[in-house]
Every structure is written in C-alpha cells, then in structure tokens.
Design a protein around this ligand. Structure first.
Ligand code: T1G
Ligand code: NAD
Length: 698
C-alpha cells in the first residue's frame, strides 16, 4: 500500500486527498505530500480555494504511532499545519469517518470545516500518554472555549458531528453521505460569498478560562490514578490563554516532547499495539469461523446471567438452562435488570429491551430446548463432576458441529472434553465478572480443539465487543494462574506483618484499580476458600497457609455481599473501612504460624507483589500457556485492573529491568526459597541481556 497525497482541481477548487490505508496516518510521506500540495496550491492560479479530504474510511486517524520513539523526520506536523493555515486562499477540511489527534489538528489548520453524518472528532492523545502536539492545545480553546477544549483534550473521548457543530468545532454538517461532493459544493458557495481565509491562530484567546483551568486541574488531580498526560495537557491549554499563539505553540511543543519521553507513553503505546496483536493468531489466519446465531447458556448465576446479557445485547438469541423454575426466574430477573441498566445509560432503547425479553431470550429447565444452538457456554458450579455430567448431556442433545464451551475458572478443559465424543468441538471461554461489562475473554484451547472452533471464539469475542486472548490449558490458564501466585505472595506478607489495608493502599497507589483484599471482598471470600480447598490435595509441606482467610470464611464474613470481609461495609457503602477485629484474627494467625511480625515499606510490598506476578508470567510464557509476553499484558490490562499506563506486568518488568526483578526474587528467596524460585525463562533472558519484548512478534 503506497501512501500518497494527490492534488486535482474541480472548477476553481483544489482537492487535496490524503491516502494512506487503513487510517490515513500522518506518516512522513503524507506530511511532505501535504506540504507539497499546499505549496502548489499557493501558486496555482487555477484554484481559489482548497479542500482537504481523506480517501477511504476517514479523514485522518492521527499521527503515525509507529514513528513514535524514532528520530523525528521533517517536515514536522506543526509546521505543515502552520503552512496550511497561513494560506492566503481559504482552505476547507472535509471530515468523514474520523478526525483524530493530528487528523483533527489538520482540520483545525483549515479555515472552514464540514463533516459528514456519523463522524467522530477527537483528540485521543492522552490515551497514548501524550497530548496534542500540532497546535491542538492552542487552536482548540480559541475556537470552542477553554472548557470544551479541556474536556476533549483531557478525556481523549471523541465527540459526534452534532456536538461538534454545537460547540463551533465545525461549521456545517453535510446532507447525504458523499462528503467529497458536499465539500466541493461548500467550497464553491464560500467562493461566491467571497469568504476569506480565516486562521484560528488569529482568533482572540479563550474568554471562558477564568477559574475553568483550575477547576479541571483539581478535578483531574482527584480522579487520575497516576497518569500524567492529562495534567500536562492542562498546562498546555493554560499557555493558550496566557501567551501569544506563537509562544503557546512553543510551550505545547516543549510539553509534548517531554511526554514523548515518559515511560507512561511507552507503556500506553505498548498497550495499543498489544491489544491489536492478540487477535492475530497465525493458526486461524485463513480459517473461516462457524456461524453463530443461537447461543445456549447453562447456569444462570453470576456468570451465566452476565454472559447471556452480553450475548443478547449484541444481537444473539439465547436459551438459558437452569435447574428449576425458581432459578430460571431469578436468572431472567438478573438479565432484565442488566438490560434496564443499559437502557438507563442510553445504550439500549426500551423497545429493544422489551423485544429481547420476549423474543431473543428463553429461560428454560429443559436441556432439550438447546437442540438448535450453535454454541453452548456452560457456567454451572466450579465442580468437575457437575461439569462432566453437563457435558455428557450436551453431547447427547447437540448435533456435531455445535461448539461446547466451558466458562471454568481453573478446571482442566481436556478432562471436560473427554466426556464427549467430540473433543474437537470443546473449548474454554473464560469470561470475567461482570461478564456484560468486562472486556476480556480468555480463549482456552485444549489439546484437541479444532482450529475453526478457535476462530469462532475470536469471532464471537468481536461480536460481543470483547478482546480475546489465546490461552493454553493449566490450572487457572493465564490470568487466574498468575493471580493465584501473587495473591499468595500478598498473603505471605500479611502473615509476616503487613496489614491487608496497607497492601491494598500500596497497590492502588501503584495504579491498580483495586488491591487484592478489596478484590477478595468484591468477589466473595467463598471463592478463595473453594480454591484453597480444591488445591489442598496438592499442597506441599512447605506451602504457607493463610489461616486468617479461612477464619474470616468460617465466621461468615464473605465480603461485600455479607457487609463484612477484610473490610466492614456500612449499609449501602461499597468502599468499606478497616476492621480492628480482622487485624486481631490476623495477629492470631501469625501467632499460630510462629511468625514474628515485621514492618513492610510500601515499596517492598509493590516489589514482592510484582516480582511474584512477573515470575509466574515468565513461566506461563515459557510453558506456552500464553503465546507471548504481550498476551499476559493484555490479560492483566483487561481482566485484572492493571494500570494501563504501565503497559502490563511484562512491559513493567522490561521497563524496570529484568535484572532488577530477578535480583529481588533472589533476595526474597534467601528467606523462602520454596515460594521464590526464579523462573528459568527470566534467568535465561537476564543471562542473555534480553527483555520480554524480544519474544513479542507482532
Ligand atoms: N498510527 C499508526 N498505525 C495506526 C494508527 C496510527 N495513528 N491508528 C491505527 N493504526 C493501525 C493499527 O495498528 C491497525 O494495524 C490498523 O491501523 C487498523 O486499526 C501530533 C501525536 C482510528 C479508531 O490515537 O484509535 O495524532 O493491526 O484495528 O478498529 O497530536 O485505529 O491492522 O496492523 O484500530 O477501525 C492520535 C489511534 C495519534 C488513534 C480505527 N490518534 N487509532 O479503529 O482499526 S497521536 C490515535 C485508533 C497524534 C498529534 C499526535 C483506531 C481507529 P494492524 P484498528 P479500527
Ligand atoms: P453461581 O453459583 O453464581 O452460578 C452457578 C449456577 O449454575 C447456579 O445458578 C446453579 O443453579 C446453576 N447450575 C448448577 N448446576 C446446573 C445444571 N446441572 N444445569 C443448569 N444449571 C446448573 O456460579 P458463577 O460464579 O456464575 O460461576 C459459574 C462458573 O463460572 C464456574 O465454573 C466459575 O468458576 C466460573 N467463573 C466464575 C467467575 C466469577 O467471578 N464468579 C468468573 C469467571 C468464571
């Protein structure tokens, strides 16, 4: 695919077309092409006005992210945009599809803007750890005011063409869909009106800035969890109301280059490319997925109801099987409640909800109702016996070719598959709770799973708006296996003297959405208890056991759902407060274990937690459970509240230095070499002077 900028004239209108599939990114060829085109326009006596337009799906999706971190090549985007803006003859931006980041900044360099219906306009740079760097922080406030500019720049969320028209970001919405024709007409009408070139840089500074800048800064300081870019962007917008345009542009450049150099930018770009790379599986690249229209869900508890909600919200018909009519009623009520919530948030119309509940969703007790389903997702209790019974029954009812999936969290999918006569149709689809919200789907590929079943799982994820990551079979797959390990490291710290509250605080300060004990309270302490029971048979004599967790369980303190877990929850409060009684129970457990408590610094807590996570992550990659380190990263970003700006645990390890992580593990091993044995892959990479990223083929 050759990137190019073309120039042609239609009447007295010069049409400059950016063509760089798939998103018309502003790579060097495009920047110099734009510069050449506008040089030509200035001297072209046959053209009196220019239109900039994008070929294909959109105007421009932004700067070329793959150039980040490399030496900049001229012409720079700010210079190209200045050149466009300084044109003595008027310039129109014709916007369809999307104008994002540098793409919207190009449109702001034009003098008039017209957009097609269905267009999204935004400055998403903060999502990549940077901020607009081609005049966006200076032109936007001048055009739409400081408040609207700050909203768009600090959130990165795009607006619709209607919102853009209302704020003055665009001048017109075209009728119909042919943006090229509409823009040429618009340009011709501007010519007949003798409309002048109208640079935004010539507009006065935003007049609504008094107090607004400070308000945004305060608001962000409260809500951000460690990200720096949005606050730096506020500084840049502040410069736009305090300085001349030229000085403001200089300040924007300085701040932009500073952000480009931050580890947060590296982490966020890694996240951007990794979340796209997980979907590219060579094993299914040319394999057609099976058609999925009717889905069966077995079990309508926490997960089954959530999975069914996700499916019906995305256009699939669902038949849900429960054990008795009381349970089907309960499942239906949960799903209806989820749909009501979607209606409230404006994601679903009330009529659509009603249609789903009458037509698309069936809740039954008879397995026979599943016979027409293309895919079954089993979400019954986490018990091998129960699952085997269910799969044996499904094998009888469903025709060959129907896919039988299990949502098990830990159990052996190969063993489940053996209860059927068609192990090639069996796969793990591990959703996360709440399933209608969480974006991660672990696709657990068993020994005999057919490639087109894997392809179907990835296609299903797309239908459901989820990100699928391929995982192999082991206890807990990628995410829960690693979770078990670092969760144990946290319990060890509690046994050795750290309080669960300090651990949660240290880790939320690090950037996690929640600490491990807050997560336990949310998920329910019965889940951890069941896992410990299940694993008891495989326990090693040197394993250290968190007796305090069992004690809380036996007291019936199961977390948020009982109003009491590690934290105490007043009625209606989901935040919870520390409980001295829990600390007493922990002190008792330490006494029984014969440990004398010591203090932990927050830094040590983070180091132990992360070392455990990375060490097990290395094993998971080494064993082929995860295909690459980046697959582990995406699992943690999407399923475990890992701070996105750190890129994921493996990226974090690379940025800190694998030798530093390995040194920590060796230090921790001095007092516990049973738990802290370095993963062979980690040792190997350190010995070879390589990092995890060297194993990531994208
Ligand atoms: N640069 C390079 N490659 C890009 C790209 C970009 N900006 N955007 C997308 N791609 C690749 C992507 O990796 C994928 O590649 C393919 O295009 C299709 O993308 C100076 C500094 C536009 C909403 O942050 O959000 O401008 O995997 O699968 O779902 O201030 O892409 O096929 O090999 O995502 O239709 C600001 C980032 C940049 C927008 C389209 N812009 N892109 O979504 O397709 S910073 C962004 C997106 C900037 C200036 C600054 C989305 C999309 P491959 P896709 P999609
Ligand atoms: P749950 O107890 O909330 O729901 C299980 C449901 O299955 C119950 O409503 C029960 O009546 C029903 N059921 C049991 N046997 C049945 C049968 N033979 N036929 C039909 N229905 C039957 O449990 P859950 O939390 O939804 O977990 C379900 C599965 O999902 C488990 O394998 C679990 O490990 C897994 N999972 C749970 C989570 C989570 O966070 N809760 C996350 C991912 C995966």
């Amino acid at each position: 695919m050759m990137a190019s900028v073309s120039y042609e004239t239609v009447g007295r209108v010069a049409v400059v077309t950016v063509d760089n599939p798939p998103v018309n990114a502003l790579s060097r060829v495009i920047r110099s092409g734009l510069s050449d085109a506008f040089g030509r326009f200035q001297t072209d006596e046959s053209a009196d006005i220019a239109v900039i337009i994008g070929a294909g799906r959109m105007l421009i999706g932004g700067a070329d992210i793959s150039e980040f971190g490399k030496p900049p090549q001229s012409p720079s985007l700010p210079d190209v945009i200045l050149q466009i803006e300084q044109s003595a003859k008027p310039v129109v931006a014709a916007i369809h599809g999307m104008a994002l980041g540098g793409g919207l900044e190009v449109a702001l360099g034009a003098h008039y803007r017209i957009a097609a219906p269905g267009t999204r306009l935004g400055l998403p740079e903060v999502k990549l750890g940077i901020m607009p760097g081609a005049g966006g922080t200076q032109r936007m406030p001048r055009l739409v005011g400081a408040d609207t500019a700050l909203k768009m720049i600090t959130s990165g969320t795009p607006v619709t063409e209607a919102e853009a028209l209302q704020s003055g970001l665009i001048d017109q919405i075209c009728e119909g869909v042919d943006i090229r024709e509409a823009a040429i007409d618009y340009a011709q009408s501007l010519l007949s009106d003798n409309a002048p070139a109208r640079p935004i840089s010539g507009l006065p500074r935003a007049t609504d800035s008094e107090g607004v800048i400070q308000q945004w800064r305060a608001k962000l300081q409260k809500s951000l969890r460690g990200e720096v870019a949005p606050l730096v962007a506020v500084d840049a917008v502040e410069a736009s109301v305090q300085k001349s345009f030229a000085e403001g542009l200089k300040e924007e450049r300085r701040l932009f280059l500073h952000l480009m150099d931050t580890p947060q930018r590296a982490g966020l770009i890694h996240a951007f490319f990794s979340e796209r790379a997980v979907a590219k599986l060579p094993e299914i690249s040319d394999i057609a997925p099976r058609d999925i229209a009717r889905v069966g869900v077995i079990g309508g508890g926490t997960m089954g109801a959530g999975i069914a909600t996700s499916a019906v919200l995305n256009g699939l018909a669902v038949t849900l099987v429960e054990r008795d009519s009381e349970a089907t009623d309960k499942a239906r009520a949960t799903i209806a409640g989820n749909l009501d919530a979607a209606v409230k948030r404006g994601k679903l119309k009330a009529e659509q909800r009603d249609a789903i509940l009458t037509d698309a969703l069936k809740t039954v007790t008879d397995y026979g109702a599943l016979s027409g389903a293309d895919l079954i997702i089993e979400a019954v209790f986490e018990s091998m016996d129960v699952k085997k019974e269910v799969f044996a029954k499904l094998d009888e009812i469903l025709p060959r070719g129907a896919i039988l999936a299990t949502n098990t969290s830990y159990l052996d999918v190969n063993e489940i598959a053996t209860t059927t006569a068609r192990p090639e149709d069996v796969i793990g689809l591990h959703f996360f709770s709440p399933a209608q919200v969480m974006k991660l789907l672990e696709v657990v590929v068993a020994d005999k799973t057919a490639p087109d079943v894997v392809a179907t799982a990835f296609a299903l994820a797309k239908t459901l708006g989820k990100t699928a990551v391929r995982a192999g079979v082991c206890d807990g797959f990628i995410g829960n296996r690693i979770l078990s390990h670092y969760r144990t490291a946290a319990d060890h710290m509690v046994l050795d003297g750290a309080s669960p509250y300090q651990i949660d605080k240290a880790l939320t300060d690090f950037g996690f959405a929640m600490g491990p004990y807050q997560v336990s309270d949310l998920a329910g302490l019965d889940i951890g208890y069941a896992t410990r029971q299940r694993k008891a048979a495989d326990a090693h004599p040197r394993d250290r056991y968190p007796t305090f967790a069992d004690a809380l369980y036996h007291k019936g303190w199961l977390g948020q759902k009982t109003g009491h877990g590690y934290y105490l929850y007043e009625k209606g409060d989901r935040k919870g407060r520390p409980d001295p009684e829990v600390e007493q129970i922990i002190a008792q457990a330490r006494k029984e274990a014969g440990t004398s408590p010591r203090t932990f610094s927050d830094d040590e807590i983070v180091r132990r937690y992360m070392a455990a996570m990375v060490n097990e992550g290395a094993r998971v990659v080494d064993e082929g459970i995860a295909q690459r380190p980046l697959d582990v990263d995406v699992v943690f970003l999407y399923g475990y509240g890992f701070p996105r700006w750190r890129g994921g645990p493996m990226k974090y390890a690379d940025m800190r230095g694998l030798d530093s992580i390995l040194a920590d593990i060796r230090t921790f091993a001095e007092t516990d070499d049973h738990f802290w044995s370095p993963a062979p892959l980690l040792e190997k990479l350190v010995a070879e002077g390589r990092n995890f990223d060297s194993l990531n083929q994208r």
